[in-house]
Design a protein around this ligand. Structure first.
Ligand SMILES: *[C@@H]1O[C@H](CO)[C@@H](O)[C@H](O)[C@H]1NC(C)=O
Ligand SMILES: *[C@@H]1O[C@H](CO)[C@@H](O)[C@H](O)[C@H]1NC(C)=O
Ligand SMILES: *[C@@H]1O[C@H](CO)[C@@H](O)[C@H](O)[C@H]1NC(C)=O
Ligand SMILES: *[C@@H]1O[C@H](CO)[C@@H](O)[C@H](O)[C@H]1NC(C)=O
Ligand SMILES: *[C@@H]1O[C@H](CO)[C@@H](O)[C@H](O)[C@H]1NC(C)=O
Ligand SMILES: *[C@@H]1O[C@H](CO)[C@@H](O)[C@H](O)[C@H]1NC(C)=O
Length: 417
């Protein structure tokens, strides 16, 4: 067992190094940039200029980036999931006292016709920003698994010890022996500050399968990520990887893979409403469910309507084809100034408040639900909670008599040493 771990660790270092080289290699000529943009952006049927500077291309649903993926050349697009479960949700009451909504800035400037999907156009500056920081465009920086004798990075879970240099996470996790075929949660929306170039912060849900060093993950929630998107707005995002963030997958539709079906929601576009301290609280429900064909569908809930955004096709994955072994809800800060590096980044997680502030001050995710082969949507039976830097970003799972727990998390960043 020990030997196995060591071999994996060496491979990791190798992959991390090769990705870095690739990033440097394409921070090159104008010709290369234009070629990359042409590959990434598909011809638009209609173009919408959003007031926040984003350009939204309405692209034919059949010409979206997904179909560039080698395993999806002959993929038959699904327009709706092969399950219908809305009845399960409509009677659910949500804990938000105010709005559950996904209203995006660009929607004020137009809409995409039926048969097209709205895609955020990638601009030259987006590529340049990523390249100047040695980031591979559209990818979370690959984690480097390190074993340190003087630091306790353990994320507590048996199967997912993602110990990584430049990531700091807080999450509540549900692990199942038999596997999950769906999960959801109501995510409170905020606009935390991001301090350093290259930093980002999220509040999100993960569904993972595999083991601690070699896993597949599909993710969605909100993020502030100025390196990727060019400003500090709070945006709806999705993410996937089939090799533990090494080289496959990406945010939103910045690479081929995710198949979008919605003509109203844009992955990576800004959300208009965020919560304010002591003020109105807003948020949305994120849902990810497996259908009979093995596709993982991403939905967001707007008031009492569930909007289907699209799906990660079965062809993308190996271990996630039938179920996920772990579901996590929480936040993640990515920065080069974490853990033992001082000064610690001031990039905030959640609302920027530690978890003890309660409703209206700290960010929360509640109405956690998982679905297993029993087909029942239920609060996870057993959960574990973990924070990698509990003095910087912490958690509080608020369990009150007769009520379902609310999971609070976050922090301002620099309060730890
Ligand atoms: C890293 O640490 C863990 C826990 O202490 C141990 O099980 C594992 O073998 C170590 N891996 C390496 C490569 O030293
Ligand atoms: C687009 O599709 C929706 C749902 O199928 C339908 O209600 C609407 O009338 C269609 N709009 C147009 C312009 O065809
Ligand atoms: C590591 O952190 C966990 C959770 O904070 C704690 O329970 C455990 O005792 C720590 N282990 C060590 C070796 O410090
Ligand atoms: C994002 O916020 C940081 C810190 O508050 C600020 O320094 C930076 O200029 C902002 N970036 C943009 C693009 O507005
Ligand atoms: C959604 O909520 C609104 C306002 O509470 C209500 O009028 C409407 O009937 C609901 N729609 C459904 C499909 O439940
Ligand atoms: C983490 O950040 C440091 C400092 O910027 C950088 O040198 C290192 O390569 C990063 N590690 C990974 C795995 O990206």
């Amino acid at each position: 067992m020990m030997k196995y771990n060591i071999v994996i660790l060496l491979l990791w270092s190798f992959f991390a190094a090769s990705v870095k080289l690739e990033a440097q290699a394409w921070s090159l000529s104008e010709v290369e940039i234009q070629a990359k943009l042409k590959l990434l952006n598909k011809p638009a049927v209609k173009t919408i200029k959003s007031k926040d500077g984003d350009i939204i291309d309405c692209v034919s649903i059949y010409k979206q980036p997904a179909f560039d993926h080698p395993t999806l050349k002959n993929h038959k697009i699904q327009k709706i999931p092969t399950f219908f479960q809305e009845s399960q949700y409509s009677s659910e009451k949500h804990a938000f006292k105010e709005n559950i909504e996904v209203v995006q800035t660009w929607q004020k400037s137009g809409n995409c016709p039926n048969g097209t999907v709205p895609i955020r156009r990638i601009l030259k500056n987006d590529l340049l920003r990523a390249a100047s920081l040695d980031h591979h465009f559209g990818l979370k920086p690959p984690p480097l698994f390190v074993n340190s004798t003087n630091t306790n990075f353990s994320e507590s879970s048996s199967s997912f010890t993602v110990i990584s240099e430049n990531h700091s996470g807080v999450h509540i996790q549900s692990t199942s022996g038999s596997g999950y075929i769906g999960a959801q949660g109501d995510i409170n929306t905020w606009n935390p500050k991001v301090q350093l170039a290259g930093d980002s912060t999220t509040a999100q849900m993960w569904l993972k399968s595999g083991n601690g060093f070699d896993f597949e993950s599909i993710e969605a929630g909100w993020t502030v990520n100025p390196t990727l998107y060019g400003n500090n707005d709070t945006r709806l995002f999705s993410y996937w990887t089939k090799d533990s963030y090494k080289s496959t997958g990406c945010y939103d539709l910045t690479c081929s893979g995710f198949v979008q079906t919605s003509n109203v929601i844009t992955l990576g576009a800004a959300l208009i409403h965020v919560s304010t301290d002591s003020g109105p609280q807003t948020g949305f429900t994120v849902k990810i469910f497996l259908d009979e064909l093995g596709h993982w569908w991403l939905n967001v809930a707007n008031y009492n309507t569930s909007i289907v955004i699209g799906y990660w096709p079965v062809e993308l994955f190996a271990s996630l084809q039938h179920s996920a072994s772990v579901v996590q809800w929480g936040g993640q800060v990515i920065s080069s100034q974490l853990k033992h590096r001082t000064p610690h980044t001031k990039t905030e997680m959640g609302s920027g408040h530690l978890a003890d502030g309660g409703y209206g001050h700290s960010c929360f995710i509640n109405s956690l639900r998982v679905k297993d082969y029993s087909q029942m949507l239920k609060y996870p039976e057993s959960t574990t909670v973990a924070a990698q830097e509990p003095n910087c970003y912490n958690f509080f799972n608020d369990v009150k008599d007769g009520q379902e727990p609310a999971f609070y998390f976050g922090g301002p960043g620099p309060s730890c040493v």
